[in-house]
Design a protein around this ligand. Structure first.
Ligand SMILES: Cc1cc2nc3c(=O)[nH]c(=O)nc-3n(C[C@H](O)[C@H](O)[C@H](O)COP(=O)(O)OP(=O)(O)OC[C@H]3O[C@@H](n4cnc5c(N)ncnc54)[C@H](O)[C@@H]3O)c2cc1C
Length: 246
């Protein structure tokens, strides 16, 4: 990581892959900025029925809002903006946005589905053309360029929301492991789970007592009741090429 960077981690793209990566890197204490422009493709879904945890399915807009809220709570800074260029600089990266702004970052997670144009200035990124463009990575999302990762559909992951979200989490954890940040598993455990067995509390883990656990559960119950108090006002976004016959 470069000390002068605006952030430790720049995530480009705010779909399930990017949001999920940001939740993990921000929770690990890495200064994380997510820049996204345009709609995640999941908004075209009509009713999301294969995302574990929602037995009767969930409105995809709602799921994205929940992921965004979780990223915010984790401390991930989210901004609207289109990244049009990325260059290696000073041991890290500098991204240029469409409005002429610049963001410097120690590491970058690209999570832009099939958008690869902004990566053209980086030597060593292998673009795969399978009709649409993807970025070649190892099985943990590393591109082969130190500090640059690709997550989700962009990394040629299967085209399901849970898989790209899981891959975003994998990439976030990989980035943490590759960084200087101490990391274990990002677990919240009952009081004494580690210390009651004479073990040090591992980095990135938390033990909470019964009162704290009940408080957190009450907060989560209240929050979810509010999020799901009424149907989401928005339905699916239709594909732009589908004609609207009037
Ligand atoms: C009609 C439809 C229905 C679907 N139904 C299901 C379903 O039922 N179940 C299921 O599991 N999956 C479904 N999917 C698939 C699922 O939505 C995708 O696999 C998943 O959302 C991909 O996530 P991602 O984070 O990789 O990319 P995306 O969600 O597309 O996120 C990428 C984000 O990056 C932004 N971006 C791109 N370029 C830039 C740039 N240069 N700078 C800044 N931001 C940028 C994009 O605007 C976008 O917001 C469906 C998809 C479609 C199209």
């Amino acid at each position: 990581m470069t000390r002068e960077s605006d952030c430790d981690v720049l995530i480009v793209g705010g779909g399930p892959a990017g949001l999920s990566a940001g939740i993990f890197t921000a929770r690990a204490g890495l200064d994380t900025l997510l820049v996204t422009d345009g709609d995640p493709i999941l908004r075209r879904n009509a009713h999301l029925e294969n995302y574990p945890g929602f037995p009767a399915g969930v409105n995809s807009h709602r799921l994205l809002e929940l992921m965004g809220e979780q990223a915010d709570r984790a401390g991930c800074d989210r901004r609207e903006g289109r990244v049009v260029d990325l260059q290696q600089s000073n041991g890290g990266f500098v991204a240029e946005t469409e409005d002429g702004g610049q963001v410097t970052a120690g590491t970058v997670v690209a999570a832009t589905k099939n958008t690869v144009d902004f990566l053209a200035g980086i030597d060593g990124v292998e673009i795969l053309d399978h009709g649409k463009e993807f970025v070649a990575t190892d099985d943990r999302g590393r591109t082969g360029v130190a500090g640059l990762y690709a997550a989700g559909r962009l990394a040629a992951q299967p085209h399901q929301a849970i898989i790209v979200a899981g891959h975003g989490a994998t990439v976030g954890v990989t980035l943490i492991e590759d960084s200087d940040e101490e990391f274990y598993h990002d677990w919240v455990t009952p009081e004494g789970y580690f210390t009651g067995r004479g073990r040090e509390l591992p980095p990135g883990c938390e033990e909470i007592d019964a009162d704290e656990r009940e408080g957190r559960e009450a907060e989560s119950v209240a929050a979810m009741q509010e999020w799901f108090a009424a149907p989401h006002p928005e339905g699916p976004q239709q594909h732009p090429s589908v004609r609207d016959d009037e």
